[in-house]
Design a protein. Structure first.
Length: 147
């Protein structure tokens, strides 16, 4: 899942929870925090701000109406936005978050990075088990001989 897809999933989840009346105060606060962060990033794009205010609950519609704007302002790579999106998803879909449904994959110049958590959303500090894989491990250098 890309950063943009993660943000869209969180916005849709927050909007859906709000429309069904299932949102408690924590969900409402997390949804408002994500929307405020995005509103600041999208301040020069009036149409995108209107989509945020409309609280569109359908992810595919949100992606088509907001995806390009989010990408243009770099929201998919903004750590504050991504943490806020993961925090909201952890509240509206804790089972999906814990199962890795919202694992973030980033592609860069030096390779690919796949981020998932074993125990739900981790914000700022990772305290659970972490695995870093670089593919084929290099052969270690030979031990130096006696001098």
């Amino acid at each position: 899942m890309t950063g943009i897809e993660l943000i869209v999933a969180a916005l849709a989840g927050g909007a859906t929870a709000g429309l069904t009346g299932a949102a408690d105060t924590a969900v409402q606060d997390a949804y408002a925090a994500l929307r405020d962060l995005l509103r600041r990033k999208l301040s020069s794009r009036r149409d995108a701000e209107q989509v945020l205010d409309a609280q569109v609950p359908e992810p595919s519609e949100l992606l088509s109406r907001l995806g390009d704007d989010l990408d243009a302002v770099g929201a998919g790579n903004d750590s504050q936005v991504l943490v806020a999106a993961q925090r909201l998803l952890g509240l509206v879909d804790p089972g999906g978050t814990a199962s890795g449904r919202y694992a973030l994959t980033a592609h860069g110049k030096t390779g690919d990075l796949h981020i998932t958590t074993n125990y739900g959303t981790a914000a700022s500090t990772i305290t659970g088990p972490v695995t870093i894989s670089y593919g084929q491990l290099p052969i270690p250098p030979a031990q130096p001989g006696p001098a």
